[in-house]
Ligand binder design. Sequence first.
Ligand SMILES: [Zn+2]
Ligand SMILES: [Zn+2]
Length: 439
Amino acid sequence: MLASLGTMPELAHQLSGLGGCTHPVRLDGHRTEYAVDQTTGEIGRVLHHLDSSTLPSGQLLVRCNNRRATRCAACAETYRRDTYHLITAGLRGGKGTPERVAVHPRVFATFTAPSFGPVHNRPSGGRDCRCGARHEEGDAVLGTPLDPETYDYEAAVLWNAHAGALWRRFSIYLRREVAKRAGLTQRAFRDHARISFAKVAEYQKRGAVHFHAVIRLDGPEGGDSPPPAWATAELLTDAIRAAATTARVDGPMIDDQAHTFVFGRQLDVRPIRSADFDDGQELTERAVAAYIAKYATKGAEATTGSLDRPIRFLAELAQARITEHARRMIRTAWTLGARPELSDLRLRAWAHMLGFRGHFSTKSRRYSTTLGALRDARADWRRAQAAAPAPQDGETTLVLAHWVFAGTGLSRAEAWLAASLEPAPGTEGEPTWTPAATS
Ligand SMILES: [Zn+2]
Ligand SMILES: [Zn+2]
């Protein structure tokens, strides 16, 4: 099973660098880092050499970095924590974002899809569902159509496919609506204020995408500059409502039916308070960041019981253990995907996402730090831990590397050893950074 007991500590050390990732990418190859004289350009001594065959597992193991909790719990957790920090930085400052953003007007808004037909639900006030039953929380029937035969599956899938475009339209209108309320032309608006946001997409039980967004009003330089005196959470809320109501995207004509996409009437906009204490009424920064981060690691599979990877043939659906409603959404996406006029929607490739092909979490450039920056910080830290000799003054480095994909996952022995490793204790809300055996 294991090559030898003597290599176990080394193998354990290499596996611990994966931070719990259970589906790492395996690479064969080598990487050599040379010091290069900056004036002569001459290649000098070897700073660092790595050959995968000398590693305890025989291969270089790289984290899969999958965002989906159903695919890799550890990598999804890293993604969730990074997203939490990204959202928090945009609300309270930190990680390169000024702390003054905490006093800028910010709201948390939820945008829903319109109705595609009545679905089983739990009406407020303890009333019965339209079907006559009173459904318990977690009832599998919730969110599924009362009458699947009349439910507009085509519109539901196409709405998901256009949700990203509808959001972009909304963000253009929002700038316009805020400018209008401030008595500014759109051209002049840029010299007074900026709107930045961070958003996540989530699936409702009925399989329709909806968006949660933090929207912030800054001064002309973004988070670095104070917002103008007229900028209030009330003005922002009012402008969001107007923009969400008017945003509209014209879709395709299918069998003589013209499709137009708008947001649903259920629009929730709440100001975010900077206080850390929660009196049970106001949304706090922490609650918002935790909420957004949680949904960043979910795909359609989490709420609708859909699939977590693309399908290649419609026949695969027969074996899939999914709900009948998800099956119909996927089948509709697959069928529409055969139409040449809809080819740019790539509905077959995104059928498992019920037509939605947008990003799960996006943000405007000025909102806060980026996930990439957080990852770079982690890589820098790992390099420092590895204590590789650094180039000296007047030197630069040259890296020659060649890697070949050798597979994914862990061997049974590696998986057993990895599972027996103590997870590194995480500090409150901080990403768990574990040193890698290799750089
Ligand atoms: Zn992973
Ligand atoms: Zn019902």
